[in-house]
Design a protein around this ligand. Structure first.
Ligand code: NCD
Ligand code: ZN
Ligand code: ZN
Length: 355
């Protein structure tokens, strides 16, 4: 049995408000604990999206009653809300900017609007971008021009990881995350509807380039994006995979195969996200793992509401046994012990403004 710090997922879609048939603050944070995560940062592409004080309050009220692990909520960059967001920044996980088409209507097509967000958002709070290919190059330029640290979500291609490495070698303040599905799956692995995800699953060469440039990858983020099987197998399959409950066993398997060290895992799933997103240490919080236990991933044993996984039937090695959050046992051998409302808003009580 080995002990690791509570894991941090800087990129999860918990779907509340608006799509609680896919997930809500209860089921999403339950899945988080069952995956070894004690802090999750929730994305703003809900219905309505979290783009102002009212919608932030809506999401945080649901979270306060339901969350079973600690959390913070992102704000979404829209075409008209740059002035409204700055005063809310300290109460958020950070600002999320969508530069490419994905699930939900939050998207900034106009470079001028994007630039206005960079100019107004407070410098000490994180900015995260969904930016693929050429959008990635554009947003790196904006971060350099405005001297704002930038975190790049779900990097998936060789050209992107090379671009980020080059930017970093020139001293630019960019960090990035990669998802388990872009590290373990390729475009040949899933049938069309279920395989829909943004960024799309890439080639084996892209996947291998990510593993080959591991030193450029700051975080492993799940991009837990639950949609029901009926939706995935239906006429307009929405993009996204659940990931909270499968990330740790997949990476523990990689450790057992010698593709990753345990230290590599801890840095990318705890230490680096804590530093990049300025998250507090959680007192008396840890997870316990059985590194040699082999088992099979099966959706029927998961706790996410979406009830499927792109890793169905995968044999993995390494199993979460127990999670302790602030001194209380919150998960043990498949059972969630934390009541709803156990989770704390990571940003609450933070009235500082360091600018
Ligand atoms: C995400 C979702 O479903 O909210 N989907 C996805 O394919 N990754 C949106 C996103 O992260 O881009
Ligand atoms: Zn995205
Ligand atoms: Zn996402």
């Amino acid at each position: 049995m080995i002990t690791l710090p509570g894991l941090i997922d800087p990129h999860a879609h918990l779907r509340e408000p608006g799509a609680t048939h896919k997930e809500d603050w209860d089921s999403g944070t339950t899945a988080a604990l069952a995956g070894g995560f004690t802090q999750v940062l929730a994305m703003p592409n809900t219905q309505p999206p979290v783009t102002d004080g009212d919608t932030l309050a809506l999401a945080l009220t649901a979270a306060r009653y339901k969350a079973r692990c600690d959390y913070a909520q992102y704000l979404g960059a829209g075409p008209h809300n740059m002035d409204e967001l700055a005063p809310l920044a300290d109460r958020s996980a950070g600002l999320k900017i969508y530069l490419d088409q994905t699930y939900g209507e939050l998207r900034l097509n106009d470079m001028g609007l994007c630039l206005a967000h960079f100019a107004r958002w407070p410098r000490h709070m994180p900015i995260v971008a969904h930016a693929e290919g050429r959008s990635l190059a554009a947003v790196i330029l904006l971060s350099a021009l405005y001297d704002r640290p930038l975190h790049l979500a779900h990097v998936s291609r060789r050209e992107e990881i090379l671009l980020i490495r080059a930017a970093r070698q020139r001293g630019m303040k960019v960090t990035c995350e990669v998802t388990p599905h872009h590290l373990f799956l390729t475009q040949n692995d899933l049938s069309s509807g279920r395989g829909e995800v943004r960024p799309r699953l890439a080639t084996a060469a892209d996947r291998d380039a990510l593993w080959g440039k591991l030193e450029v990858i700051d975080c492993f983020a799940t991009d837990h994006a639950p949609h029901t099987l009926a939706e995935k197998d239906g006429p307009n399959p929405p993009p996204g995979f659940p990931g909270l409950e499968t990330a740790l066993p997949l990476f523990l398997t990689a450790v057992s195969e010698g593709r990753l060290t345990m230290d590599d895992l801890i840095r990318r799933m705890a230490t680096n996200p804590r530093r990049i997103f300025n998250l507090p240490e959680q007192a008396e919080t840890w997870i316990e793992v059985l590194p040699d236990e082999s088992w099979e991933i099966r959706a029927e044993n998961t706790l996410t509401r979406c009830a499927w996984t792109p890793f169905e039937g995968w044999q993995v090695r390494g199993r979460l046994r127990r999670v302790v959050l602030r001194g209380s046992e919150v998960f043990r051998q498949g059972q969630i012990l934390a009541p709803m409302g156990t989770g704390k808003n990571i940003r609450e009580g933070r009235v500082e403004n360091r600018e």
